[in-house]
Design a protein around this ligand. Structure first.
Ligand code: NDP
Ligand code: 8X3
Length: 254
């Protein structure tokens, strides 16, 4: 078995983040679980320790709170400070409105979480990686980071920013031997659409009707692939969609 890595995952309470924690633990790696819904992470931590015998640390964290992010990193016990992989996964879409009807609070929440949150974590964790001349930052982008679609305006802008930041970080960290990757999924059935539509489950379910969407596990598998390449290989971008998704607006329903 490969040497166990220490992996920080933002937003491990649901969806892709949770599946990623399960996949890394199943492969024998130690995970740091974070997110606002601490109860969920406590349960997940018990599950991973019991099922896979790995070490798990969990911390209640809102990535939008820069002070909290720094305190989280500064307060990590010594044995957890050698971070091999940071997975910037926490993110959301809030609402789906044309720009002239957009909700400013929704816009701020998406920018604060998807862009600023990712930056806060990266700023706090990357110096530890620079110090050890080794590490891997994996940012969860989206096909919405390459394309736009009607009413997706600010969400797409945040994911375009994630893709730009990934490329930029890669250049900045090149001299320090740190890998940087974007994983860009298409439609994945998680709590994403429930959150987008403010827990209108009927509306959320419709997004995934008539075709087979990706699962959190499918994306976790791609993340794990990127994280488990040989030391000299960097996966720069990995885009995955359901077979039935052509692009952001073209889905074959049958
Ligand atoms: P989920 O809604 O299922 O999970 C989102 C996770 O993000 C939760 O664990 C949530 O934790 C966390 N999160 C949200 N806001 C914050 C915050 N302020 N602080 C800390 N954690 C936060 O959605 P997905 O798993 O689908 O989304 C994960 C990532 O994948 C996002 O970046 C999303 O943009 C991206 N993505 C999703 C796609 C999809 O179709 N589902 C497609 C492409 C990309 P908690 O609420 O407990 O804090
Ligand atoms: C999430 C996928 O198509 O809803 O990034 O924007 S989409």
């Amino acid at each position: 078995m490969a040497t166990p890595m220490t992996v920080v995952i933002t937003g491990s309470t649901a969806g892709i983040g949770k599946a990623t924690a399960q996949q890394f633990a199943r492969e024998g790696h130690n995970v740091i679980l974070t997110g606002r819904r601490e109860e969920r992470n406590k349960e997940l931590a018990d599950e991973l320790v019991n099922d896979y015998g790995v070490q798990v640390y969990h911390y209640q964290l809102d990535v939008c709170e820069r002070g909290q992010v720094q305190t989280f990193v500064d307060s990590l016990p010594r044995e957890w400070r050698k971070i091999d992989v940071l997975i910037n996964n926490a993110g959301l879409a809030a609402g789906l409105s044309p720009v002239h009807e957009g909700d400013l609070d929704n816009w701020e929440q998406m920018i604060d979480t998807n862009v600023k949150g990712l930056l806060y974590l990266t700023r706090a964790v990357s110096p530890l990686m620079v110090e050890q001349e080794k590490g891997h930052i994996i940012n969860i982008g989206s096909v919405a980071g390459f394309e736009v679609y009607p009413k997706g305006n600010v969400y797409s802008a945040t994911k375009h920013a994630v893709h730009a930041l990934t490329r930029s970080m890669r250049l900045d960290l090149l001299d320090h031997g740190i890998k940087v990757t974007t994983i860009a999924p298409g439609l994945v059935e998680t709590e994403f659409s429930k959150v987008r539509f403010n827990w209108d489950e009927e509306r959320a379910d419709k997004v995934y009707e008539g075709y087979q969407p990706l699962t959190g596990e499918d994306v976790a598998d791609a993340i794990y692939y990127a994280a488990s390449r040989p030391a000299h290989v960097n996966i720069n971008e990995l885009v995955l969609t359901p077979l039935d998704q052509g692009d952001s607006t073209t889905v074959r329903k049958h």
